[in-house]
Design a protein. Structure first.
Length: 382
């Protein structure tokens, strides 16, 4: 959507061209009510009156790659000769962070126009509009993250400490340089999200995005000169509360490891912020929340393979995997063998060998036990 305040910097010719263009329909309801491509299947709350929900406004040149309750990943590909290039976008119904793939002159909100390149990251607050101008004829290409206000509030409080009252926009400026490590991390994230063959659940997506956004916003705040509040040693009551949250999170995951609980769901159950929960849990357990749940699923699956007599596909669904193939690939990555191979090895001699300590983690390769391990197993059986 055009915004008069953002058009004033343009040349007279460009403004005249915009005036001749028809308005593009912006069907925000359709963008938020329908399931996007490669959605993880989790229902997303859509209460129009809830200001903390993620409400995405997309233009005709955008595509949503993944979407959860709190975050969405998308791509923007606007050729310079497309009518939408001159129309720009906004006012935004949620906050965005954009990672540029091309170079273009951008004006975001009331900030001065700047040249944005792949070396930059751009920040859009709720309610801001943008306009742009080509500088090389390559159009405007970027990948973006959309974030629910509740998640951004958590990240802001986590970065600024108790002194932040939450007033004013989250992003004080629209542009900042992006460090190499953050650039590479976001490329890996979008490479996975853009692949329809990749299975990512809500918790995995939200943890990855939360960690990346915390790094990027923290780096930008440093660049802008906004120093974070020095962290103090936690008070005893705070330490007890953290321990309580971590233990309750472990218990909740243990009870419902087969469900697709998102980071937002866990935080809501535990009455804490999503960013705080993710950081605390990893520091205390050595696991990301999604990895902790994945380990539970795989180990429960192995127990069922040993004892239940169920088909592999049934076990996969029972412990929370989307399909037989998803379970098989995850099982192989973790244990070095496929579930079907594990079942074949469940012979009496193998069990005796395992009890005797003859079979070690690397004793099997390509579906056949190494000769040394077989001889020891035979001696144990004898």
């Amino acid at each position: 959507m055009r915004n008069v305040s953002t058009d004033s910097w343009r040349s007279i010719a460009a403004r005249a061209e915009i005036a001749r263009l028809p308005a593009w329909p912006a069907d925000w309801n359709a963008a938020n009510a329908s399931e996007p491509a490669f959605h993880d299947g989790q229902a997303t709350a859509k209460g129009a009156g809830d200001a903390q929900q993620l409400r995405i406004d997309i233009t005709p040149v955008e595509q949503i790659l993944r979407k959860t309750q709190s975050v969405a990943l998308g791509r923007h590909r606007c050729p310079v000769d497309h009518p939408q290039f001159l129309l720009g976008g906004g006012p935004h119904t949620c906050s965005y962070i954009a990672f540029h793939r091309s170079s273009v002159k951008m004006k975001i909100g009331d900030w001065r126009a700047e040249v944005a390149t792949p070396n930059n990251v751009s920040f859009y607050n709720i309610g801001e509009s943008y306009s742009r101008e080509s500088i090389g004829g390559e159009g405007d290409e970027c990948d973006w993250l959309a974030l629910a206000p509740s998640l951004l509030h958590d990240i802001r409080m986590d970065l600024a400490g108790e002194s932040d009252t939450g007033g004013g926009p989250l992003f004080p400026r629209p542009f900042a340089p992006m460090r190499p490590a953050a650039f590479f991390a976001q490329r890996k994230l979008f490479s996975v999200a853009g692949d329809p063959a990749t299975t990512m659940n809500s918790l995995q997506i939200e943890e990855a995005v939360t960690g990346l956004i915390g790094t990027i916003v923290g780096n930008a705040m440093d660049f802008w000169g906004y120093s974070a509040k020095a962290r103090r040693k936690p008070r005893p009551q705070c330490h007890r509360r953290r321990v309580q949250i971590i233990e309750e999170a472990k218990a909740l995951l243990a009870r419902e490891y087969w469900t697709d609980l998102s980071l937002a769901d866990l935080a809501r159950h535990l009455h804490c912020s999503a960013a705080h929960l993710s950081r605390m849990f990893h520091a205390a357990t050595g696991f990301k929340l999604c990895d902790y749940r994945q380990e539970l699923r795989l180990r429960k699956g192995l127990f069922l393979l040993e004892e239940s007599g169920l088909e592999i596909g049934d076990i996969a669904v029972q412990v929370g995997f989307a399909s037989h193939s998803h379970f098989t690939s995850a099982f192989h990555r973790r244990f070095g063998i496929n579930p079907s191979e594990f079942l074949r090895w469940k012979s009496s001699k193998l069990i005796l060998a395992m009890k005797g300590g003859a079979m070690k983690g690397g004793a099997m390769k390509g579906g056949v036990m190494k000769a040394g391990a077989t001889k020891v197993g035979a001696k144990q059986a004898a």
